[in-house]
Design a protein around this ligand. Structure first.
Ligand SMILES: Nc1ncnc2c1ncn2[C@@H]1O[C@H](COP(=O)(O)OP(=O)(O)OP(=O)(O)O)[C@@H](O)[C@H]1O
Ligand SMILES: [Mg+2]
Length: 243
């Protein structure tokens, strides 16, 4: 079953069309990779799905077994979050002066409608354990190295209790062993029942954990397919993967 669909999604900044008539589907349970050169429109597409930016044209619909299919495009970001779509930010948007624990707690409070303090704390404890962040939980975020901050970004999204998680370059800047750890975390999140779209330039991660990949180029869909199909696609090799 497709739980998220985009049709004709379009967004221009001034004269530049950043996302140009893009269709996509996301099947329940999958990890969809979103790749393409710098400036291809990947983050803008996440901004359209999550409501961070208004859409010029097109629709996004969400389907769940209880509520059926409804349109999410046009809703405010917090409403979209409450419906179960969470995202991370390419440039982390945490609160640097607060502890890691309080950062996650604030996401639990923000992202879950009418949650009690007790339940928000329980959710925070659970997410901290799930993401392995216990050793850093009392530290001020500004004192945490990059890998911890990237993991925090994921933890904050998880604290909102998503069914769909949009990950924007959570592996950027990590060393090879940190990338391995991040890949394990993404796989574990997916195995816990969360459907994922993952933007990443780390091809090793994309090729090994995504079931399907969508390639954007100049705001348009260039290709879509399995990792094998994408890695042997001539147009994708030419504009992005190189020789
Ligand atoms: N808020 C904005 N205002 C104006 N232009 C923007 C804005 N956001 C993105 N753009 C432009 O839209 C295009 C697509 O940008 P986007 O950030 O979506 O690319 P990307 O695929 O995420 O690239 P990267 O891999 O470098 O993160 C770029 O030309 C960018 O400069
Ligand atoms: Mg980006």
């Amino acid at each position: 079953m497709n739980i998220l669909e985009g049709h004709g999604l379009t967004k221009a900044f001034g004269g530049r069309v950043a996302v140009d008539n893009v269709d996509f589907t996301l099947a329940e349970g999958e990890i969809l990779g979103l790749i393409g050169p710098n400036g291809a429109g990947k983050t803008t597409l996440f901004n359209l799905i999550s409501g961070a930016l208004s859409i010029d044209a097109g629709t996004v619909t969400l389907t769940d077994s209880d509520a059926g299919t409804r349109r999410v495009s046009g809703l405010k970001p917090h409403k979209i979050c409450h419906l179960g779509i969470a995202r991370t930010f390419q440039a982390a948007k945490n609160f640097p002066g607060m502890s890691l624990y309080d950062n996650i707690l604030s996401s639990a409070q923000f992202g879950n409608k009418h949650i009690s303090d007790k339940d928000a704390k329980a959710k925070t404890d659970k997410v901290i354990e799930f993401t392995g962040l216990e050793p850093l939980m009392d530290k001020s975020v500004k004192d945490i190295p990059l890998a911890g901050q990237k993991r925090l970004e994921v933890a904050r999204a998880l604290a909102t209790n998503p069914s769909i998680l949009l990950l924007d370059e959570v592996m950027a800047g990590l060393n090879p062993s940190e990338v391995e750890e991040s890949m394990r975390l993404v796989t574990k999140i997916n195995e816990s029942g969360i459907t994922i779209i993952m933007i990443e330039h780390v091809m090793k991660a994309i090729m090994s954990i995504c079931g399907r990949i969508l390639v954007l180029h100049h705001g348009q869909k260039l290709a879509e397919g399995s990792p094998e199909e994408i890695s042997s696609d001539k147009s994708v090799i030419e504009v992005y993967l190189g020789g």
